[in-house]
Structure formats: structure tokens, C-alpha cells
Design a protein around this ligand. Structure first.
Ligand code: ADP
Ligand code: MG
Length: 562
């Protein structure tokens, strides 16, 4: 059996096979091999589970396209997806397989209603839409789902995560009873199962068992790195990769903004996505990223939902995701559609425990590696320069204009010296080791850490360096034990090994003669399993204090007692 015959064997007819051939698919993916025959065989509802990037769109799209009639009247199929990017992407995938020329339209929020109404009135066979906008049309009675034959809930887990569950339920309840419902998802949280029990009948469950939760093509590694060294670690990883094209995940909005502004400062082309970025801005950024006008996207988990880019070289977990599912989603963005990718996770002291649990759950090997050294980065940059030179000298680029100037220079200086000076001019300090901040080798403290709250801050003249100096002077702590120093207006936070926390607290509180303590253990982060978002929390607390003065009050009380 030739490979394309495997599609035929699933029950697809010639016209669909032709579409597949033109699209260039060679063999059905495992989830397609399960769902296509099932969807052609009978009318049972299905639940299909398979990892991200395994071809779920064609898994429901091909059987629908096979069976649907070109009517251009009321929609026969409705595909619900969580975001408008996904709506566009699913629509494009379906159109690329649409030999029968049925009418396919995307209907999502943010787009003009009038435009959509005109489109609906012209007649649509397949609607791909986001729950909110579809519900809008249902409530306004501007769209008629009474002839619906197929309802697909695509990326059901994401729709649930994004809080669309009520909308989805309402849509399921509003459409006719004899439609066939198909639920597709990368993961199967309990709430999806209960949703299916409520609204689906005679359900067949089709699941591609993956021994590993994560894509095979993704190489997963982690670095143990101090919170304060994460940014430099990030730039080394970007620098060492000749064609870096990746998403950097941060847990908070503030984190995203910080990373982006530091990257821009150092001359990288990056943009950030988080909840405060407007939809228009978001689309602009995503277009730039897809066109590779920028090669670094920094995002929170929520903002990254629905982004579909196939050829990322890297996903970087600058801070640990909330849970294993988010980890799987994050790294599922590399290693797609046959491309190799690398997923890198930074682990600081406070993230170690949570990471260990996660590592067990993902069931794939996440290797520990050492960060590239400054020498590695420089060697990389040198060879890149040589390659570029080679390309210019051997290639089409016109350099004649420069030759006469080169002659002039060479008349005055020896060639090595002239070249060296030009390199310096072109690459500044890029090839000098001193230009690279030192990142000391660091191993996470496997016994856990504690986060100290210290009632002094910027207004008391403290900087991170000053606080570290004070800690070293007044306690037995050394640099390697002090991490993630955060100075806010009225107070500060610092992470130290859990076993030292009590002793350090005692010592520091002796400084605040009597009264309220200067230092408190904010949280045993080792035992509580990571800094779930509390960096953002710290920031918000600081901002809140500036705005409302309420927090400032209570902190002042602590400080007065010094
Ligand atoms: P999922 O929804 O499971 O995340 P998609 O449907 O978005 O996956 O498909 C991911 C990519 O794989 C798309 O670019 C799609 O065109 C491609 N693809 C799907 N099925 C096949 C196949 N049988 N052979 C090759 N590529 C495929
Ligand atoms: Mg999908």
C-alpha cells in the first residue's frame, strides 16, 4: 500500500484524496487514522484526544469535507475554537483542503458585525468561530443553526481554561438535537468529561496514547540559574543560536515588560504579549513575529494561547509554568510539524521543588545542562562573522564601492590592524569576554528556600547591592545563598536557603532593637512548591501601596519600630 492509499483505506473518496495530495500530506497521523473512519462509519459523538501539533484539524476537517454538501445556505458545520487566531488558522487549513468549494467562513469577536452579517446572509456551509461572537449571533437570531449536522469543540481544554465553558454550553443547548458533536482536545481535564456527559450522547472515546506527554521532536533541557542571572542566561542562549526564533514565557505581566525592555536595551528585536496588550496591537505583533521581523516573543501563558507558529527553534521557560499542563502546552509550540525544537527551563532555588514534581509528571527526559559560556558565545559570533563575510565575498552583494576605500586604508595601516579596527568598529565589544556578565556556576538548593520580607526599601536608600551587602555583613550568608532580591519602595524580598532562614531572621531582628521585627519569613517556598506568581504579587503590592497609601501605613508601623 503506498502511503496515500492509507488515506483511501480510511474511507475517504477520490475528491478528498486529491485535496490531501495537493496539500502534501503523505500518511494519516495517528489521531486521523482513528477519527476519520469513526466519523465516516456512523453517527456517534466522539471525544478525541491527541497532543498539540498532531493534525487534529484535518482529523475532523477531512470527514466533514467528505460528507458535507455544497448548499451555501444555513451552516451545516460549526467549529468552535478558543481564539480568533485559531479561528483564522483552522479556517485556512480547511480551505486548503476544500476541493468541493463549499463555503467556509470565520466568525469571531472584534471583527465588524455588519461584514459578518453580509457573509452569513450569502450562505455558509462551515462556520469556524469563537464562542462569544457565535453566541452573540445566536441571541440576535442573525444566524440559524437549525440545520447543523456537525458541532466541533476544538481545543476544548483551552476553551475551558479561558472561561468559555458557559458560552459553549449555551451554544450546545441552543443548536438542534440531532447534530453530531465532536470534542477535540490535547488534554482531558475532568470538567471536559463532565461537559461531554451532559451534552453528548452515545460517545466514542478516541485517544492517541502517548507514552510521553510532550512532543518527541522537542529536546527538553533545564539550567539551574539564579533568579538574578536569568536575563544574562537568556541572552547567552539567544546569542549561541544562529537563527534564534522563539517564545520566552514569563509568569507575570510585569515580568514580560521587564524582559522585553531589557532585550530592547541590548539591541535584540523583541515584543511582549500579555493581558494588557490590545487586540489590535496583539495582531500587529503576531504578524511581525510570523514574518520574523522580530525573532523573540515574550509572553504570559494566557497571552500565548492560540498562537500558532510552526517553526520555533526555542521555547524558554524564564519562569516556571503554573502546572504540568501549562508546561506541556508551552513546549508543544516547538517540535511541530516535523521541525526540531528546544525547550529550555530556567530553575532558580525557589522553583526547584515544583520543577521536580513536574519533571516526574511529564514522563520525558528533561536533561540538565550547563549554560553556554562567554567563550562559547564569542566563538559562535566569530564563526557567524566569517560565514557572513564568505557570503558577501562569494555572493551577489555589491562591494565595489568599498574597494577603493579599502585600498586607501591599507596604504596607511598594516592589514591585520586595519581589519581588527574595523571589526571593533562593527561589533563594538561583542567579541570581548569582559562584555559578558559573569554567571557563576550555581546549583539549586535541593532542601528548599524561604522568602524573607524585609521592612526596608528604596525610600530607605536600599538597592539590591546594598541589601546583599547588609545581609553578608550581618549574617553568615554568602553570595551563592542569596537570590531573587527585589527592592520595592517600602520593603524588600530576598530568597535564602530554608535551613538558614530562622537564624538569619533572628540575627537581623536583633538590629531592630525591640518592638516589631524588621524581618519576617514571607513564605517557605520550598515547601509550598514554587513562587506561583508572587513576583507579580510583590509588584502589585508595591504599586497598591503607592496608590492607596493603605499598605504604606501598615509597613510604616513595622519600620518605625526599628
Ligand atoms: P493540532 O490541532 O493537533 O495541534 P494541527 O491540525 O494544527 O494540529 O496540525 C499541525 C500541522 O500539521 C499543520 O501544519 C497541518 O497542516 C499538519 N498536518 C496535519 N496532518 C498532517 C499529515 N497527515 N501529514 C503531514 N502534516 C500534517
Ligand atoms: Mg488544533
Amino acid at each position: 500500500m503506498t502511503k496515500i492509499e492509507e488515506f483511501q483505506a480510511l474511507g475517504l473518496s477520490d475528491i478528498t484524496i486529491e485535496a490531501i495530495r495537493e496539500k502534501g500530506f503523505e500518511t494519516p497521523s495517528p489521531i486521523q487514522a482513528l477519527t476519520i473512519p469513526a466519523l465516516l462509519r456512523n453517527d456517534r459523538d466522539i471525544i478525541a484526544q491527541s497532543q498539540t501539533g498532531t493534525g487534529k484539524t484535518a482529523a475532523f476537517g477531512l470527514p466533514i469535507l467528505e460528507q458535507i454538501k455544497r448548499e451555501k445556505s444555513h451552516p451545516q458545520a460549526l467549529i468552535l475554537v478558543p481564539t480568533r487566531e485559531l479561528a483564522i488558522q483552522v479556517t485556512e487549513e480547511l480551505i486548503s483542503l476544500n476541493k468541493k468549494k463549499v463555503s467556509i467562513a470565520a466568525i469571531y469577536g472584534g471583527a465588524s458585525l455588519g461584514e459578518q452579517l453580509r457573509r452569513i446572509n450569502k450562505g455558509i456551509d462551515i462556520v469556524v468561530g469563537t464562542p462569544g461572537r457565535i453566541l452573540d449571533h445566536i441571541r440576535r437570531e442573525t444566524i440559524d443553526f437549525s440545520s447543523l449536522k456537525w458541532l466541533v469543540l476544538d481545543e476544548a481544554d483551552e476553551m475551558l481554561n479561558m472561561g468559555f465553558i458557559e458560552d459553549v454550553e449555551e451554544i450546545m443547548a441552543a443548536s438542534n438535537d440531532y447534530k453530531r458533536t465532536m470534542l477535540f482536545s490535547a488534554t482531558m481535564p475532568k470538567r471536559i468529561i463532565s461537559l461531554s456527559k451532559k451534552y453528548m450522547t452515545d460517545t466514542e472515546i478516541l485517544k492517541v496514547e502517548s507514552k510521553q506527554m510532550t512532543a518527541d521532536l522537542t529536546d527538553q533541557i533545564y539550567f539551574e540559574v539564579k533568579e538574578s542571572n536569568k536575563f544574562d542566561a537568556l541572552t547567552r542562549i539567544i546569542d549561541i543560536e544562529p537563527e534564534f526564533y522563539g517564545i520566552v514565557f514569563s509568569r507575570t505581566k510585569v515580568g514580560v515588560d521587564e524582559i522585553v525592555s531589557k532585550l530592547l536595551e541590548r539591541g535584540y528585536s523583541a515584543e511582549g504579549l500579555h493581558g494588557d496588550v490590545s487586540q489590535a496591537q496583539r495582531e500587529k505583533i503576531l504578524r511581525k513575529f510570523k514574518r520574523k521581523t522580530i525573532n523573540i516573543l515574550v509572553a504570559t501563558d494566557v497571552a500565548a494561547r492560540g498562537i500558532d507558529v510552526n517553526n520555533l527553534t526555542h521555547v524558554i521557560n524564564y519562569s516556571l509554568p503554573q502546572d504540568t499542563e501549562s508546561y506541556v502546552h508551552r513546549i508543544g509550540r516547538t517540535g511541530r510539524a516535523g521541525n526540531q525544537g528546544t525547550a529550555i527551563t530556567f530553575i532558580s532555588n525557589s522553583e526547584f521543588r515544583q520543577f521536580s514534581l513536574m519533571k516526574k509528571e511529564v514522563k520525558t527526559d528533561i536533561r540538565k545542562e550547563k549554560l553556554p559560556t562567554a567563550q562559547d558565545v564569542i566563538a559562535m559570533k566569530r564563526s557567524k562573522i566569517k560565514e557572513d563575510l564568505n557570503e558577501i565575498i562569494g555572493g551577489e552583494i555589491i562591494i565595489e564601492n568599498y574597494v577603493s576605500m579599502a585600498k586607501e586604508i591599507l596604504e596607511e595601516y598594516p592589514p591585520e590592524l586595519a581589519m581588527a579596527a574595523l571589526l571593533k568598529l562593527a561589533f563594538k565589544n561583542d567579541l570581548e569576554e569582559d562584555n559578558y556578565p559573569e554567571i557563576r556556576t550555581f546549583s539549586v538548593d535541593r532542601k528548599g528556600t524561604a522568602r524573607l520580607f524585609i521592612a526596608v526599601g528604596r525610600v530607605d536608600g536600599f538597592t539590591p547591592a546594598k541589601l546583599v551587602e547588609m545581609l553578608k555583613r550581618e549574617t553568615d550568608l554568602n553570595d551563592s545563598k542569596i537570590d531573587d532580591v527585589r527592592i520595592l519602595d517600602n520593603f524588600s524580598f530576598v530568597t535564602i536557603p530554608f535551613i538558614e532562614a530562622e537564624e538569619v531572621t533572628k540575627k537581623l531582628n536583633k538590629l531592630s532593637k525591640g518592638g516589631k521585627p524588621l524581618v519576617e519569613i514571607a513564605k517557605d517556598r520550598g515547601a509550598s512548591g514554587g513562587d506561583r506568581g508572587d513576583r507579580g504579587g510583590e509588584r502589585d503590592r508595591d504599586r497598591g501601596s503607592d496608590r492607596k497609601g493603605r499598605r504604606r501605613e501598615s509597613v510604616k508601623r513595622v519600620r518605625k519600630s526599628k
